[in-house]
Design a protein around this ligand. Structure first.
Ligand code: KIV
Length: 268
């Protein structure tokens, strides 16, 4: 069931209490943001996945705060109803608590974000706790945190062994205590995601973590079939085929003298 009116942090938390599922999706431009917003998405995330799907990077390491700010402003202009969250990119949380807060404040002040997402726990708990006490809504992100791809050695499932599963359980509780309003659980076993979801009073948003999370998020380009296929992604459109087919038709029509025709031309 769709929240009536503007989606807010308390409204999302009430959805968990009422057993209503949260639908989240990424966006990077005003056109897609407007379409997703009109279709009833609750959270639009300007993910650092923009580095891969918009900029063609192999990972989410290269993208900068200034880049994310551009995408966040684009999305802000296109949407009205959903909650707009933006990712704090790689490197800033590694610097200091002050740098983390400065980065997140920029995402809100200059980008128009209503919430920020910060990957990990441990050393980032301190800035997260300061921000949430200041009134900055923060979303956590555990499991396969793509900014750690080089330590993980790839994009495989996390939390498959008991030691790592236990760390994820503990990190989730510590993030909740630090005041995050929701936690993204990426690519962890579905039993672990169900357990973490049950143990928290804040919503979990799953990606590749099974059906028992309080909500789901996907990279929009993946679910629209514009990128490579992944096991955890359901493709709701074969976008790449449709776009390529349309562009091929356009090229053929120009070459064949079929486009433009009389109705597509002006007369004095
Ligand atoms: O960067 C991103 O798009 C993300 C989500 C898919 C969770 O972090």
């Amino acid at each position: 069931m769709k929240i009536k009116g503007k989606v807010t942090v308390p409204a999302l938390q009430a959805m968990k209490a009422e057993g209503k599922k949260i639908a989240a999706l990424t966006a990077y431009d005003a056109t897609f943001a407007a379409l997703e917003d009109a279709a009833g998405v609750d959270i639009i995330l300007v993910g650092d996945s923009a580095g891969m799907v918009m900029q063609g990077s192999h990972d989410t390491i290269e993208i900068t705060l200034d880049d994310i700010l551009v995408y966040t402003r684009n999305v802000r202009r296109g949407m009205k109803r959903a909650l707009l969250a933006a990712d704090l990119p790689f490197g800033i949380a590694h610097e200091s608590t002050d740098a983390t807060i400065r980065g997140c404040v920029r995402l809100m002040k200059e980008g128009g974000a209503e919430a920020v997402k910060v990957e990990g726990a441990g050393p980032v708990l301190e800035p997260i706790s300061r921000m949430t006490r200041m009134g900055i809504p923060v979303m956590g992100h555990l499991g396969l945190t793509p900014q750690s791809v080089h330590s993980f050695g790839g994009y495989g499932m996390r939390g498959g062994d008991e030691a790592e599963a236990e760390r994820i359980r503990r990190d989730a509780v510590e993030l909740q205590e630090a005041g995050v309003f929701a936690i993204v659980l990426e690519k962890i076993p579905q039993e672990l995601a169900a357990e973490v979801t049950k143990s928290l009073h804040i919503p979990t948003i799953g990606i590749g973590s099974g059906p028992d999370c309080d909500g789901q998020i996907l990279v929009s380009y993946d679910m629209l079939g514009l990128g490579p296929k992944f096991r955890f992604v359901r493709r709701y459109l074969e976008g790449a085929e449709l776009v390529t087919g349309a562009v091929q038709q356009y090229v053929n029509d120009i070459r064949g003298g079929i486009f433009p025709d009389e109705s597509e031309s002006y007369n004095a």
